[in-house]
Design a protein around this ligand. Structure first.
Ligand code: ADP
Ligand code: MG
Length: 349
């Protein structure tokens, strides 16, 4: 489906490891004053004054987390950074640096890694984070990318998963399920393309959901907005595995129960349409589809007026005592237990 760019293929061996690292990192600017020394020495040096430092790592493996037959490398680089920044924002902190480690087989030409780093650089620019290091090695199983994100926040601003209290409201940013449905469309088009390579996909009507899958944006804006509104959530988590799984994480860590209302779950109209086309229940997709990278958080009732009517936020439920359990209240007003299926479990259903 992806057109192979008609360009030269330079073998990675031609540059050598040091030449390669220098080539890939030379266009990265340093933007943060917390970065004292970036790429080029044995280690990077960072300096944070009073803030606490927040660190998170993710590992992405070709064939497990991404499929290069429909994911352009540039998008992959961008998304790999987003996945990590999202974890920093989920602590209500601001991301400032990343390290990027790659294991790559020699089937990749230099130009492919240039595309990957172009995506990483675009993410660094948009989110004002510095690339300060990494590691490069060879692989005989395909591409592996590991990113570590570093951020910081004042101690009193940092939000854990464990702080939700009885009567708090459960709130989500944005809308849910789009990334998973985007993946379904891409998988379908890949199968169509395999059967007939002349069949070029028309993804126009799926643009929002495909973009949510290929080019997600981490919600730095939500962290900034909460600060501006003077709301410190009592608990927060990013939605990488589906709403129900993340709600259950907050409840487990906070030792509370909850009600989530089906009719409050925010869905984009394109998600509703595509769910109809695929005859899948849109609530199931929002609850168990993955990779939305929205933020789920709890707030005290007294903060409700500060977020009320804000188009970025939807109140989807509230926190109950632990003994009341964790339930979904359906449109038909029945009460069913929230279960975590995880989005991998949806494959083939
Ligand atoms: P070492 O032998 O100590 O591991 P390297 O030669 O791997 O050192 O790295 C040299 C410098 O380049 C270091 O600053 C390291 O953090 C950085 N670096 C190595 N690989 C990457 C990469 N894939 N992306 C960004 N920086 C990298
Ligand atoms: Mg190294």
């Amino acid at each position: 489906m992806l057109e192979d760019k008609d360009q030269s293929r330079t073998s990675l061996g031609e540059l050598g490891e040091f030449g390669l690292i220098e080539h890939l990192t030379k266009n990265f600017a340093v933007r943060q004053d917390t970065t004292v020394l970036g790429v080029g020495d044995d280690a990077a040096i960072l300096e944070f004054s009073k803030d606490q430092v927040v660190i998170s790592t993710d590992l992405l493996v070709e064939g497990v987390h991404f499929d290069l037959s429909y994911v352009p490398l540039k998008h992959l680089g961008y998304k790999a950074v987003m996945v990590n920044l999202s974890d920093i924002y989920a602590m209500n902190a601001i991301a400032s640096q990343v390290t990027v480690s790659i294991a790559v087989s020699n089937r990749f030409p230099l130009e492919a890694l240039e595309d990957l780093y172009e995506g990483i650089n675009a993410a660094c620019k948009n989110y004002k984070v510095d690339l300060v290091g990494g590691d490069t090695t060879s692989s005989n199983v395909g591409l592996v990318i590991s990113i570590t994100a570093i951020g910081h926040a004042a101690k009193e601003d940092i939000v854990h998963r464990s702080g939700a209290k009885e009567n708090d409201l459960l709130v989500v940013s944005g809308d849910l399920g789009a990334a998973y449905m985007g993946l379904q469309v891409l998988e379908r088009e890949k199968a169509v393309f395999k059967a007939n390579p002349n069949n070029q996909p028309d993804l126009e009507q799926y643009s929002y959901i495909v973009e949510r899958q290929l080019k997600p944006e981490a919600r730095k804006d939500v962290v900034e907005l909460l600060k501006a509104l003077e709301v410190v959530p009592t608990a927060m988590i990013d939605i990488s595995d589906g709403l129900s799984s993340e709600v259950l994480h907050i409840c487990k860590n906070s030792k509370v129960g909850c009600h989530v209302y089906e009719d409050k779950i925010p869905l984009d109209p394109q998600v509703i349409n595509v769910c109809e086309e695929f005859t899948i229940d849109s609530t199931t997709i929002a609850l168990s589809g993955g990779e939305d990278y929205e933020l789920l958080f709890s707030i005290t009732q007294k903060d409700y007026p500060k977020i009320k009517g804000n188009p970025n936020f939807t109140v989807i439920g509230h926190i109950l005592p632990e003994g009341d359990g964790k339930h979904l209240i359906t449109r038909a007003n029945t009460t069913i237990p929230l279960i975590s299926r995880g989005w991998n479990a949806l494959e083939g259903s």
